[in-house]
Write a protein that binds this ligand. Structure first.
Ligand code: FEO
Length: 164
């Protein structure tokens, strides 16, 4: 059975991941408003992935006999200054999520909870990919220098994102 401290921390992270899903859904709506359907599609898939992250934590807590605690989820921001600003915010957000998992790993070590330490490795690897995927889009938009033709091409590229 999982310890109380670890279960509380994993519950917090599960609630953060539900927030992350809403944040990306808000970004999807923002891109939809800009008629950038590729960007909206990319963000909708990301929102689904984040729900998957939350459910992974949910299932683990259930398996280890931890009490699942769902909290109120705060409203995400709905507006950004530009497509670049939205992806830059997403990148900064992913960096902060990486720190959250680093802290969970530290707690699992301190608690000598090897099962949770092992479970968290999936997220550690996932965060490397999450940061790198978002950063790649940021760099492409920066190279486009707001040229409408280039932004159109980037939107088409974003539309090609497939299910993970
Ligand atoms: Fe679940 Fe993108 O962090």
């Amino acid at each position: 059975m999982i310890g109380k401290k670890m279960a509380t921390a994993l519950n917090e992270q599960m609630n953060h991941e539900f927030y992350n899903s809403r944040l990306y859904l808000a970004m999807a709506a923002f891109f939809h408003d800009l008629n950038m359907e590729g960007g909206a599609h990319w963000m909708e898939l990301q929102a689904q992935e984040e729900t998957g992250h939350a459910m992974r934590l949910y299932s683990y807590l259930k398996e280890r006999g931890g009490r699942i605690m769902l909290e109120a989820i705060q409203a995400p921001p709905m507006e950004w200054d530009s497509p670049l600003a939205a992806f830059e915010a997403a990148y900064q957000h992913e960096c902060s999520v990486t720190k959250e998992f680093d802290q969970l790993v530290e707690l699992a070590c301190a608690e000598k909870d090897n099962a949770t330490l092992n479970f968290l490795q999936w997220f550690v690897t996932e965060q490397v990919e999450e940061e790198s995927t978002v950063d790649a889009v940021v760099q492409k938009i920066k190279m486009a220098h707001d040229a409408p033709g280039a932004i159109f091409m980037i939107d088409r590229m974003l539309a090609q994102r497939g299910q993970a």
